[in-house]
Design a protein around this ligand. Sequence first.
Ligand SMILES: Nc1ncnc2c1ncn2[C@@H]1O[C@H](COP(=O)(O)OP(=O)(O)OP(=O)(O)O)[C@@H](O)[C@H]1O
Length: 230
Amino acid sequence: MLTLENTRIDLGDFQLAANFGIPKDARIAVLGPSGAGKSTLLAAIAGFQPMAQGQVLWQGDAMPPTPAARPISMVFQDNNLFPHLTVTQNVGLGLRPDLKLSPDEKTRVEQALARVGLTGMGDRKPAQLSGGQIARVALARVLLRDRPLLLLDEPFGALGPALKAEMLALVAELLDETGATLLMVSHDPQDAREICDQVVLVAEGTAQAPVATGEIFANPPVVLREYLGG
Ligand SMILES: Nc1ncnc2c1ncn2[C@@H]1O[C@H](COP(=O)(O)OP(=O)(O)OP(=O)(O)O)[C@@H](O)[C@H]1O
């Protein structure tokens, strides 16, 4: 269980409050209007954004203060790859930040690349990859890190619809294999329908408790209706 216990974030005039739990294994879409605080919510869970009040707990224990010590993998919109490193090195960072990989660790990197369909691409730099391949590198790193919480901040926003659907299907497969809990920010409600069983709506200064995806789309609150353009 991921718990946001009476949390409040203050960013100048902007405030965001959250007070709810997310069951382990849940797949949550974080939806809401632009500027509502979706990225801020993920950043607070990951430990990048300090909170004015409350705490974030995982399995009942307060999260460690340092982001790197939290049981979390996070992928941002730019897929956070280093342009000067090869695909193998970018993925290897998930295991060892100093990149001094043992033969066994190198094998694990190759296995992760194979799992996401990038066999033979290890020596390329990110600039030599397509958008879909770059997203796959980021997912290979997630797979290797093997953390129980996966936070995705619109990592597939720049991809076309077919490729995005392919990446979402791959994420769903990786979640099946790892049992990780997902929180995914998206601007596209279809993403939520495809792989998320629950929705956290962020609007008007609050991240609301999760609601079943079917339920929220069957009977959308006004703010979601406006956001969906309905
Ligand atoms: N350092 C900061 N100081 C003050 N306000 C900030 C700061 N960073 C972000 N904000 C404000 O916090 C609010 C939430 O931003 P955030 O990026 O989390 O929204 P979002 O829902 O992810 O938006 P989008 O869908 O457009 O990506 C915005 O109104 C933004 O202007």
